[in-house]
Design a protein around this ligand. Structure first.
Ligand SMILES: Cc1cc2nc3c(=O)[nH]c(=O)nc-3n(C[C@H](O)[C@H](O)[C@H](O)COP(=O)(O)O)c2cc1C
Length: 208
């Protein structure tokens, strides 16, 4: 399927079938999400792939009546780091050195630049910045899934504190940013036949 056909095919699914996504497709989707771009490459989030139906059931009371949080093939929670600062950069530098075999000193200027850029933000701005990076990963997940003909429903309609508590996120220095149900559309899902409402090209794209 080409990219535009895939994006026209996808919609935010309201009701998923019982069909389970094959393991290799799930791995591809998680890899596509992991490969997302992020500010400075810092990837200040974790991707939780929830297969356990027991855990999905525990999340239901915090999902504002959206039972598709439990009734799907897999639920993904993208959770942002809560402690943004020098350690966010140092974690990246360690990975950079391990991956490129270059000494940390070779990018010490860049490292200081990243640290001072994060330090200029308030705690709240740092958290917002981390959430923004999670949303980029979400975008990749949605598009990659559509290309594999796997359905999704991204959701912010959930109680973050409840999710954090059920998943034990705060203890791990994380907080839920965005969740996304994965699976296959149910044949009874009325949302499938609804028109895709988008502003037109001329309205959205300014060609200069
Ligand atoms: C950040 C974000 C949060 C969303 N939250 C919800 C949600 O809580 N529940 C829901 O049913 N749909 C949710 N949606 C789906 C949107 O309503 C949907 O993408 C939008 O109406 C466009 O329709 P389409 O995706 O079906 O083309 C969310 C989408 C995004 C990107």
């Amino acid at each position: 399927m080409n990219i535009l056909a895939a994006l026209n095919w996808r919609y935010a699914v309201r009701k998923f079938s019982d069909q389970i996504i094959p393991e290799d497709s799930i791995t591809t989707l998680m890899e596509a999400t992991r490969l997302s771009a992020s500010s400075y490459g810092l990837q200040p989030y974790k991707i939780l792939l929830i297969k356990s139906s027991d855990i999905r059931q525990q999340l239901l009371p915090y999902s504002y009546g959206q039972d598709k949080v439990a009734n799907n093939s897999h639920l993904v929670v993208i959770a942002s780091h809560t402690n943004i600062g020098d350690q966010t950069v140092e974690r990246y530098i360690d990975q950079y050195v391990a991956t490129t075999k270059q000494p940390a000193a070779s990018i010490s200027g860049y490292s200081e630049h990243m640290k001072s850029s994060l330090a200029q933000m308030t705690k709240q701005q740092q958290q917002e910045w981390a959430h923004q990076q999670s949303y980029i990963a979400l975008g990749n997940l949605l598009t990659s899934a559509a290309l594999l003909k796997i359905d999704t429903c991204p959701m912010t309609g959930f109680d973050r504190k409840g999710f954090d508590q059920v998943l034990g996120l705060n203890q791990q220095g994380l907080t839920a940013s965005i969740i996304c149900a994965l699976g296959y559309r149910d044949s009874q899902d009325l949302a499938a036949s609804k028109a895709k409402v988008r502003f037109n090209y001329q309205e959205m794209v300014m060609e200069l």
